[in-house]
Design a binder for this molecule. Structure first.
Ligand code: 6PG
Length: 304
């Protein structure tokens, strides 16, 4: 029988989707930052390193600011933390729209993370300045450059997280010994159209078997972004990678997210239309919401 909702899918699985509702945006941010420190310390205790994937968007900014400040700054095992990104606009690392830039400015520039453990997505700073022109002339150079960026990120993730059995597959948490790297935590935002990372409704990246994919995000998809953005090539990690994580944390705040939070958690199971529903990790999915974002959830889901 087809499951009725994502929450029901999770109920049937090994782990439930856990939903935590916080009083406001600030207490949400502090709780998520503290949760990340807990996960980081636990991962380092067990495996000697912490691999975390960070999202762009505006919602995580206060989370990153808490992580960058005392006391959490001193509690996170930064020297053993490895940082990745969920997605990136192909605009170059100094561009105001760059997720790399946002995460560096709000967090990484203020903590003792090792430079060699920071792995931004680079997909060509000139791609998007050329994109409009090339789309009109039918040229494919911009796509090729973005795809090369996705190929490089896929190769990096696969080399770091691939199973030691030669299969090239990214192992689920808990398999193997301490030598094997685990993707410990993926932090994800939620767009008002149900996108997460740069996995937009209807995108073929949802079916991608590799860890990263290039996507062209045009006007229709942009309507689902908080900022309402222009057409851009982006590179995103895929559900194939996200679902290998030990912990996925979804972060959403504010009343503009209430209906999409409800639809994603309680609506019909239709991940092509609601990409966040494609997140079904080997480990646990933790939804971290403020009261406004959780405002339309049924009491039973809020209590999970
Ligand atoms: C990005 C993100 C994207 C984001 C959502 C929510 O770089 O824009 O990776 O998936 O998390 O669009 O964005 P807000 O937090 O700004 O609402």
């Amino acid at each position: 029988m087809k499951p009725r909702s994502w929450a029901e899918v999770k109920d049937r699985g090994r782990d439930r989707a856990l939903v935590a509702v916080h009083a406001d945006e600030l207490s949400l941010a502090l709780s998520v930052a503290a949760l990340m420190v807990d996960e980081g310390r636990r991962a380092v205790d067990v495996r000697g390193r912490f691999s975390v994937v960070l999202t762009g968007g505006s919602t995580p900014v206060p989370v990153y600011r808490f992580l960058a400040a005392s006391p959490l700054r001193e509690l996170m095992p930064w020297a053993r933390t490895e940082v990745f990104w969920t997605d990136e606009r192909c605009v170059g690392p100094d561009d105001p729209r760059s997720n790399e830039r946002m995460v560096r400015e709000t967090l990484l520039d203020h903590v003792p993370v090792r430079a060699e453990n920071v792995h931004p997505i680079r997909c060509g700073s000139r791609v998007n300045s050329e994109a409009g022109k090339e789309k009109r002339s039918g040229a494919i150079a911009a796509a090729t450059v973005a795809e090369a960026g996705a190929d490089r990120y896929d190769a990096l993730l696969t080399s770091l997280f691939a199973a030691g059995d030669g299969s090239g597959a990214i192992p689920s948490p808990g398999r193997g010994g301490t030598e094997e790297r685990t993707l410990d935590l993926v932090l994800l935002g939620l767009g008002k159209d149900g996108h997460t990372a740069s996995l937009f409704p209807g995108t073929s990246a949802l079916q991608e078997e590799r860890a990263a994919a290039a996507v062209f995000v045009g006007a229709v998809a942009n309507a689902g972004t908080t900022a309402g953005e222009e057409d851009l090539w982006r590179v995103t990690i895929t559900p194939a990678l996200i679902n290998r994580a030990a912990t996925v944390v979804f972060l959403a705040s504010g009343s503009t997210k209430a209906s999409i939070v409800r639809d994603t958690l309680q609506g019909s199971y239709d991940p092509a239309r609601l990409p966040a529903q494609s997140v079904d990790p080997a480990g646990v999915a933790r939804w971290q919401l403020d009261e406004e974002a959780a405002g339309l959830l049924d009491a039973t889901v809020r209590r999970s």
